[in-house]
Design a protein around this ligand. Structure first.
Ligand code: AGP
Length: 591
């Protein structure tokens, strides 16, 4: 789940500042170490454990010679964060430098064999076998690309690899299998990166690299070779993301910026209606739906279940991708199997989609060039724009928006489609009144745990709000369907347990209110997210976040969550944690 970068610049620019700039945009993939290698008469390397800005302050990473090179940001998987374990990894003669994302599962046996042949290892990583194998094969007479080809024939596991060699200057080679890597080009310069946001400042002309293809970049050209060494022709796709979309634009964190992007990202996603209709028409009759996803995407899928079953009356099963293999997945050609993922690269979701034949497969993804789009028969793009904060916010609301559009189209519900167009304004109201949420954060700064409750449409919102809170603030947060409290969790309620209740107007309002009364009777501190004109709930609450009364329980999943994203964000800020870099997490989970 690391980030890798490469560039070959064909103008007067030095590579290091460009590599550093690109690596900064990949920090959401890993931030425990950073390193660069460039070539100018020899391979130059700077690397260390720590955040990019800290390492940069100490080592001045941009100050390296050469106009091509590679870079890496690490999320430690094999070997703890340390300077020696940081990428790039070299062979002992320092003729080869390699950056790698993924996990080589058979690295121990390869390492033992290389050691028995006289190779000396200095790190605990799996990656170091790659630099030694390339060195070995080049010593045996292979050129850099064929050394890389021979190397990957020995590797089990997942990888995206970019390498340079002092024996073949002015050349970058790269390959991938089960870890992402995209290529970009502009004005004779070439770029490689784990994800498009890294290079969008330099080019929006992006090419995909298929599994086990090898790309060879020289000053003159970029060539893609398939497994049989045939040269593959690839036309760049022009991505409609802009450099501004990957900047913080004055916000302190990407997360806050991305929360504020939501009126616009929901609007953009709503414009996809014709494409979605065309896809659903083409798929034809759907008797049941199964959605596989992880984390926040799973919660969006769960919201989808409530909306689709209510509005289109189609049975919808939602399965955690990591549990998919353990459920009885009876599907035929009238089943629509949906993979929901912002990245389109999540290993568990890809595995689940790949594990089954028969149903029509639909990918709902935010990244146009991603593995999931290749597996699926159809793709719906959420138009959230690039999301760089580890905590998903705007991709969540974009996914839920797509769920609404599918439900409305399958249920022929024009009225719902009309109502959706008002959602961006309702979100704007919340963002304009966020000072109240900011001040509430001071009260809950010292909470050790929090409960979130919601019923029906609001239950997935409670789950997502609790996930947001725990992943960035590190406060233990649990979410329950409000009706479940009395079946056990109520035993935990006392005056030390604030309960955040999501209670929009609608048919579930009164039953949720009953649950609220139950917790209030146990002296819990009551925080509610409710309608502006819901005096009854406001009277029973210590704190309220008020939402436009026109947002009923059907629309609530798209609107109420924004208030709770802000609450998680502001509590995190009060606690002096960085919401963009939660501990132990990375945005794209490719292992
Ligand atoms: C969201 O805040 C989390 N970072 C995480 O749960 C994420 O949603 C999950 O890993 C799935 O990712 P995907 O949408 O890229 O498949």
């Amino acid at each position: 789940m690391c980030g890798i970068v490469g560039c070959m610049l064909n103008d007067n620019r030095k590579a290091a500042p460009v590599l550093l700039d690109c690596a900064k945009k990949l920090e959401y993939r890993g931030y425990d170490s950073v390193g660069l290698a460039t070539y100018d008469e020899r391979i130059h390397v700077k690397k260390d454990e720590g955040y990019i800005e800290t390492v940069d302050e100490a080592l001045n990473l941009a100050d390296m010679p050469g106009n091509y090179g590679i870079a890496h940001v690490r999320w430690a998987s094999v070997g703890k964060p340390s300077k020696l374990n940081s990428h790039p990894h070299l062979d002992e003669k320092e003729t080869v430098a390699v950056v790698h994302n993924g996990t080589i599962t058979n690295y121990s046996e390869l390492k033992d064999k290389l050691i028995s042949e006289g190779h000396k290892f200095i790190s605990q990583t799996d990656t170091e076998v790659i630099s030694h194998l390339i060195e070995k094969f080049m010593d045996e007479g292979s050129d850099l690309e064929h050394a890389l080809r021979r190397c990957i024939e020995l590797l089990d596991g997942s990888y995206a690899i970019v390498a340079i060699s002092a024996k073949e200057p002015n050349k970058i080679v790269a390959t991938r299998k089960d870890s992402p890597l995209v290529l970009g080009q502009k004005d004779g310069s070439y770029y490689l990166a784990s994800d498009i946001p890294a290079m969008i400042k330099y080019t929006n002309r992006i090419m995909e690299l298929n599994k086990k293809e090898i790309v060879v970049i020289t000053k003159e050209k970029l060539e893609i070779h398939d497994e049989h060494d045939n040269i593959m022709f690839r036309t760049p796709i022009e991505i409609d993301w802009t450099p501004e979309m990957v900047e913080k634009n004055g916000y302190e964190h990407y997360m806050l910026k991305e929360i504020h992007d939501q009126p616009e990202s929901v609007r953009r996603t709503l414009l996809q209606i014709d494409e979605i209709k065309e896809i659903l028409d083409d798929i034809g009759e759907i008797e049941k739906i199964c959605i596989v996803a992880c984390g926040t995407s799973y919660h969006a899928a769960l919201s989808g279940k409530y909306i689709i079953e209510s509005e289109a009356r189609i049975p919808t099963n939602v399965v955690l991708a990591s549990e998919f293999a353990h459920s009885l997945n009876i599907m035929d050609e009238k089943t629509l199997l949906i993979g929901m993922s912002q990245s389109g690269e999540t290993a568990d979701t890809l595995k689940a989609l790949n594990s089954i034949e028969g149903p029509t497969k639909l990918a709902i993804v935010n990244v146009e060039i991603s593995e999931m789009t290749k597996i699926a028969d159809y793709t719906i793009l959420t138009k959230a724009g690039p999301e760089l904060s580890v905590a998903a916010t705007k991709t969540y609301t974009a996914q839920v928006t797509v769920m609404y559009m599918i439900a409305a189209l399958l249920g022929n519900n024009e009225e719902l489609l009309d109502k959706l167009n008002k959602v961006p304004e309702y979100i704007e109201d919340i963002l304009e009144n966020s000072e109240i949420i900011k001040s509430m954060a001071k009260t809950y700064l010292y909470a050790n745990e929090l409960f979130y409750i919601g019923k029906g449409f609001s239950y997935p919102t409670a789950l997502e709000a609790a996930l947001k809170m725990k992943e960035i603030s590190y406060i233990h947060a649990e979410a329950y369907a409000s009706g479940e409290l009395k079946h056990g969790p109520l035993a935990l309620i006392d005056n030390n347990m604030p309960v955040i209740t999501i209670i929009p107007p609608g048919k579930d309002h009164n039953l949720t209110l009953n649950s609220l009364e139950e917790v209030k009777a146990r002296n819990s501190r009551i925080v509610t997210v409710c309608s502006e004109d819901d005096d009854l709930v406001q009277d029973k609450s210590e704190e309220c976040i008020l939402i436009n009364p026109d947002v009923d329980e059907i629309l609530a999943p798209l609107v109420y969550i924004v208030a709770l994203q802000l609450l998680a964000y502001y509590i995190t800020i009060e606690k002096k944690h960085n919401p963009d870099r939660p501990r132990n997490l990375a945005k794209t989970v490719t292992v």
